[in-house]
Design a protein around this ligand. Structure first.
Ligand SMILES: *Cc1c(COP(=O)(O)O)cnc(C)c1O
Length: 442
């Protein structure tokens, strides 16, 4: 069936995420029949470079053969079993390997990023309650932070367009200054901005630590804010401040985990940190965890936090659950992702690849319409100075016509390609972007 038929049936039956459906009149959905590496292929046979890794979930390209084979093999054994009272090899092996990679000894599973955030928030409060501090119910996040869209996660999210409508349903939380490196005043370095933001956090916790359970942050890159990047020093300072005031630090690495920022986990880049456990009390993972194949989320935490729930009393235990917790197919996919990181020495390969793409994108850094060209690991972003209100939609629409799938956030254009992007695809991405910047009206 050709594209057009799928578009019409979509209009009649579907309600899309993060979409004003009326906009589909101007920009119909892109029907995708299959994927191949960094390419998406529609029902009419046209190819599109997936420059945003299908909403940041894909790592090694579409239809990666090793992940496909691992899921197929697991399907022959057991597709799913209740995880309350049962256990199985994929979930045990994955928990052991993630513990070894992060230093956080116990793993709890959910089905998507927002559920991981809910789990971490509830666990943090419940820990303090079990420790005789039930008044620690508050949460701090960063200005323009994003942690998902369920009510708890949205309460710590600070993106007006997603939040304002539902404000009457949400718990009040505090937003501390973001260490956004673009906020540098005259002569200020990114590290100085990080120190200034840390001082703001310190001021808040000095007054409110008694009623605060946790700080939740996106380490190094605030994704949905428009790929806001900041100095790793902030992670170290935030850890020290949380220690000083006895507040948990929740690292939401749902978008930045699994190599996106150049290290396996972003927290590892904090000065002096050897592993995630040196920075975070809770680590939220999802998106790339299965290479983009299946929904899975994981919250890792320290053994001493886990121990505070271990008791004869049922209600002191963490009684949260989701039906698909620890799904064996998804865990098998995640184990294969970890294997691929080792087999293909992915982090080293990405380092070289990132240098090449940065070279291809160099003309953008000096373009007269571009401000704050920035890059960390396998993420690139820049702000368009004179972008009109419909810039994001128009850029997206015209890039698709040239075979590139990108979705700017407001006036920010970003790239988060699958790690398998090759030289010809880098060139296409750079050429299309430069051409659109020259042609789109200001
Ligand atoms: C995507 C994202 C979430 C939410 O994950 P979902 O799977 O969409 O619920 C939470 N935090 C961050 C940082 C994210 O990028």
């Amino acid at each position: 069936m050709p594209n057009q038929d799928w578009i019409e049936r979509t209009r009649r039956a579907l309600w899309h995420p993060c979409t004003q459906m009326k906009q589909l009149e101007r920009l119909p959905p892109l029907p995708i029949a299959r994927g191949e590496g960094a390419w998406l292929i529609d029902y009419d046979g046209r190819r599109y470079l997936d420059a945003i890794s299908s909403w940041w979930v894909n790592l090694f390209g579409h239809a990666e053969p090793r992940i496909r084979a691992a899921i197929a093999a697991q399907m022959e054994q057991i597709e799913h079993v209740i995880l309350a009272g049962c256990t199985h090899a994929p979930v045990v092996e994955l928990s052991e390997r993630l513990a070894q990679l992060t230093g956080l000894g116990h793993a709890f599973y959910g089905s998507d990023g927002a559920s991981a955030v809910e789990i971490a928030l509830k666990m943090s409060h419940h820990y303090w309650r079990n420790c005789g501090r039930p008044e620690k119910t508050g949460f701090v996040s960063l200005i323009h932070g994003y942690h998902g869209e369920t009510l708890g996660a949205l309460s710590v999210t600070d993106i007006a367009l997603f939040k304002d409508t539902y404000a009457p349903l949400l718990r009040p939380t505090h937003q501390a200054l973001s260490p956004d490196a673009r906020q540098a005043r005259d002569g200020e370095t990114p590290a100085a901005v990080a120190r200034r933001a840390a001082a703001d956090l310190e001021d808040y916790l000095a007054a409110h630590a008694d009623t605060t359970a946790a700080l939740i942050i996106e380490p190094l890159v605030q994704g949905a804010a428009g790929m806001v990047m900041y100095d790793p020093l902030y992670l170290r300072l935030a850890r020290q401040i949380c220690d000083r005031h006895r507040v948990h630090l929740i690292a939401d690495e749902i978008a930045v985990g699994f190599g996106r920022t150049g290290t396996l986990f972003a927290c590892e880049q904090a000065p002096g940190a050897r592993q995630v456990a040196d920075i975070a009390d809770f680590l939220c993972l999802s998106k790339g965890i299965t290479g983009g194949f299946l929904p899975l989320a994981c919250v890792l935490t320290r053994d001493d936090i886990y121990a505070a729930f271990y008791d004869e009393a049922t209600a002191r235990g963490f009684l949260h659950s989701h039906s698909y917790t620890g799904n064996p197919l998804a865990c098998r996919a995640a184990l294969t992702v970890l294997d691929i990181f080792e087999q293909d020495a992915v982090l080293a390969a990405n380092h070289a690849k990132a240098q090449r793409l940065t070279e291809w994108l160099a003309p953008l850094a000096g373009h007269p319409r571009v401000a704050h060209f920035r890059h960390r690991g396998m993420i690139w972003a820049f702000d368009v100075i004179d972008a009109p209100a419909d810039f994001a939609l128009e850029f997206h629409r015209q890039a698709l016509q040239r075979g590139v799938l990108v979705r700017p956030i407001g006036a920010t254009v970003y790239f988060m390609p699958p790690y398998v992007i090759d030289e010809a695809q880098m060139r296409l991405l750079a050429e299309v972007t430069l051409d659109l910047l020259d042609r789109l009206p200001g």
